[in-house]
Design a protein around this ligand. Structure first.
Ligand code: BT5
Length: 324
């Protein structure tokens, strides 16, 4: 993704669907008319539909449902998140690539996104089904100045941001199931995987992995998860463009993240509780240490789940699978 291309897309975003003359583009980009034409042709190859009219110039008619850097950056309103994007047609896992980039010093806000993952991961090395072109499979690098114990808060923050974005873009109202699932009408549409690079007292980077089923049909899910999984398109009844949803998600994460760094987790916690399904209800929590049945009482300031068992003992749970 060259800087010129990025500037060109910014110009089109500013133009808001109006024509831009070749002359103006070449002046603003500081390149020849012939070079402008070459960039336009490249955009067309990527699936952008561009209209060219003599004396008027060029305008964008439609953008493809792709998740390339160009697609995501055209009209992106964030200050830092998503300003560097590594796009891949196919990867093993965006999580692995982002971890490597973070280790090598990639700046906060770097995004790794793929059309398809061959080895998408969930927690505890479970598989995350990530078929080509129908979902959002991406990993975001954050570098919060916090101790590692506070990292679970970020999973919750991101869950709120994604829920807000889904609501904004589709009108669907998602439910959050602690810690990392977002449900649509009771089925899982989104999974979040937060991984850390940290010292005992300081986080170096948080890799936030986000998987969203966007345009799959029910038949496109493998049989073993068909009963528990869903997509935005299934619930909404129409296809949804992925790039604008990614833009909205990045914007929402950025807003909440700033609020979090400035004022702590308190206000995020309130928002989270607004979307949470399990609070006040009986749940079964399967942890690595065993299974606990009880009433979910809420979350702590650190983002742990508070569970009260049948003997009224209170458990604070770091990580578990919750059954409602
Ligand atoms: C998660 O794990 O929900 C975290 C998923 C994170 C995926 C993103 S995609 C981008 C980034 N790169 C990666 O490699 N991963 C991240 P967990 O709570 O452990 O749930 C995993 C379970 O969800 C599986 O065991 C299946 O039962 C189910 N599952 C697998 N694929 C699914 C899908 N596409 N939709 C809904 N459920 C799915």
């Amino acid at each position: 993704q060259s800087d010129t291309r990025k500037k060109l897309l910014e110009l089109f975003a500013e133009a808001n669907g109006e024509f831009l003359s070749g002359q103006k583009i070449s002046e603003r980009l500081g390149c020849s008319r012939a070079a402008v034409w070459k960039h336009i042709e490249e955009l067309r190859k990527e699936g952008f539909e561009l209209e060219a009219v003599r004396r008027l110039g060029y305008r964008i008619v439609s953008t493809p449902d792709k998740v390339t850097a160009n697609e995501i950056q055209l009209g992106l309103k964030t200050e830092t998140l998503g300003h560097t994007i590594h796009f891949f047609e196919e990867v093993d896992s965006t999580q692995r690539i982002a971890a490597k980039l973070a280790y090598e010093g990639a700046p906060e806000g770097t995004l790794v996104v793929a059309e398809e993952q061959k080895a998408g991961r969930g927690r505890l090395d479970r598989k995350w089904f990530s078929p080509k072109g129908t979902g959002i499979w991406m990993s975001l690098i954050l570098r919060p100045p916090i101790p590692p114990q506070r990292a679970p808060q970020l999973t919750l923050l991101v869950a709120v941001a994604i829920s807000q974005a889904i609501q904004e873009v589709t009108g669907l109202v998602p439910d959050i199931k602690w810690p990392n699932d977002i449900l649509l009408h009771g089925k899982k549409g989104v999974g979040i995987l937060t991984e850390l690079q940290a010292d005992p007292d300081r986080v170096h980077s948080v890799i936030v992995g986000i998987g969203i089923n966007v345009n799959q049909t029910a038949e496109q899910f493998p049989e073993d998860i068909r009963a528990i999984a869903t997509s935005l398109a299934i619930e909404k009844g129409e296809r949804i463009k992925r790039a604008p949803l990614i833009q909205e998600i990045l914007l929402r994460i950025e807003r909440l993240y700033k609020q979090y760094l400035a004022h702590g987790f308190r206000s995020i916690k309130l928002l989270w509780e607004g979307y949470a399904v399990s609070i006040g209800k009986p749940v079964t929590a399967r942890t690595l240490g065993g299974t606990i049945r009880g009433i979910a009482r809420g979350i702590t300031e650190d983002g742990l789940l508070i569970l009260e068992d049948e003997e009224q003992n209170t458990h604070y749970i770091h990580s578990a699978d919750i059954q409602l």
